[in-house]
Design a protein around this ligand. Structure first.
Ligand code: 13P
Ligand code: SF4
Length: 324
């Protein structure tokens, strides 16, 4: 966008947000213009916490559909808008409520832990939700003798299994097409090319296991490999002494990282790792959402009521933070 058009757009967005008494929330994977105009930018957990607590009458969620649904579950009296309702998530689409009910019937008595990247109907069948920043704490909060069904992400599930050492944790074989596409070969090549770099790896990545393997083999010093949520990456960037950091997650993340630590050089492990759903939230779509009050996100009251307990337990567990 040319500079004048960009500043006019920004001014219109801010004025319309004020007229609607709307708070603008943007996920770390949004395009830079949207991140820069938002009231808060953060990871899924931090944005859920803000949605639950904010005073505004309207929440405009610049992220994907399950995130806006989660905001509606936590704040049922508020109007929740998403600038493009087609912004789905391949991970959330990897399990539906019927499949989960079938899996539960094979493991009676198991505790169901669902990643927040799930539909409201799946959350309604869940005991506790988690995000990438508190998945380990959520599983640790469950008595060790209880079986756990962890869904839908196989890579995050493998990470939680590794950290908690739990043998009675069963993992659904879902994946995010963006993160699964960041693989071990790309990571090994980039790590060899920048030998002093730290590695920030989102636990949904196909390369998370390779990173731990490389560390185990001594190819990358173990202290340089960090498995982090998007919010965790920002905390690590602010504290790092490294000059180079390789980032394995969706490329929208680089914008916040560069803002948080301008002296550090951040490089994507795979610079084609872009989530087309996140990128459906364009500057034009945001303006239209604010002008026309669209697209409103609704969750049937009975589903929301069954999902709310699981989501509330998620926001109570783990360290606050992850947004600015
Ligand atoms: P975070 O929970 O780290 O924000 O990640 C959300 C997501 O969609 C990952 O792809
Ligand atoms: Fe879903 Fe993957 Fe996009 Fe995250 S990056 S919203 S998990 S499709």
């Amino acid at each position: 966008m040319p500079v004048t058009a960009a500043s006019e757009w920004r001014q219109q967005v801010r004025e319309l947000a004020q007229q609607r008494d709307a708070v603008l929330l943007a996920h770390n994977y949004q395009v830079p213009e949207i991140q820069d105009v938002a009231d808060h930018v953060g990871d899924s957990l931090a944005l859920s916490r803000i949605a639950a607590d904010c005073a505004a009458r309207t929440i405009v969620f610049c992220g994907v559909h399950f995130m806006a649904e989660t905001a509606k579950i936590l704040a049922p009296a508020k109007t929740v808008l998403i600038p493009d309702a087609r912004a789905g998530c391949s991970l959330a689409a990897s399990i539906d409520a019927g499949q989960l009910r079938g899996w539960k019937s094979e493991h009676p008595g198991a505790v169901v832990v669902s990643y927040v990247n799930t539909t409201a109907e799946v959350k309604a069948e869940t005991d506790i939700c988690c995000t990438s920043s508190n998945a380990v704490e959520v599983v640790d909060s469950i008595p060790t003798e209880r079986e756990v069904l962890f869904l839908p992400d196989q890579f995050l599930g493998a990470h939680v299994q590794r950290v908690t050492g739990r043998a009675n944790l069963h993992v659904w074989a879902g994946e995010c097409h963006v993160h699964a596409g960041i693989n071990g070969a790309q990571l090994a090549a980039k790590a060899a090319a920048v030998p002093d770099a730290e590695l920030y790896i989102h636990p949904e990545c196909g390369c998370a296991t390779s990173a731990l393997y490389l560390a185990g083999e001594g190819a990358v010093p173990a202290g340089r490999v960090r498995i982090l949520s998007t919010g965790g990456m920002l905390d690590a960037a602010r504290a790092t002494g490294a000059r180079h950091v390789l980032v394995a997650t969706e490329i929208g993340m680089l914008h916040q990282l560069r803002r948080a630590a301008p002296e550090v050089e951040f490089r994507a492990v795979n610079d084609r790792a872009s989530c087309r759903y996140m990128k459906m939230i364009t500057p034009a779509a945001l303006l239209r959402a604010l002008r026309e009050g669209v697209e409103e996100v609704t969750v049937p009251a009975e589903v929301a009521q069954r999902a709310r307990g699981a989501v509330q337990r998620m926001i109570e567990i783990g360290q606050p933070g992850g947004a600015e």
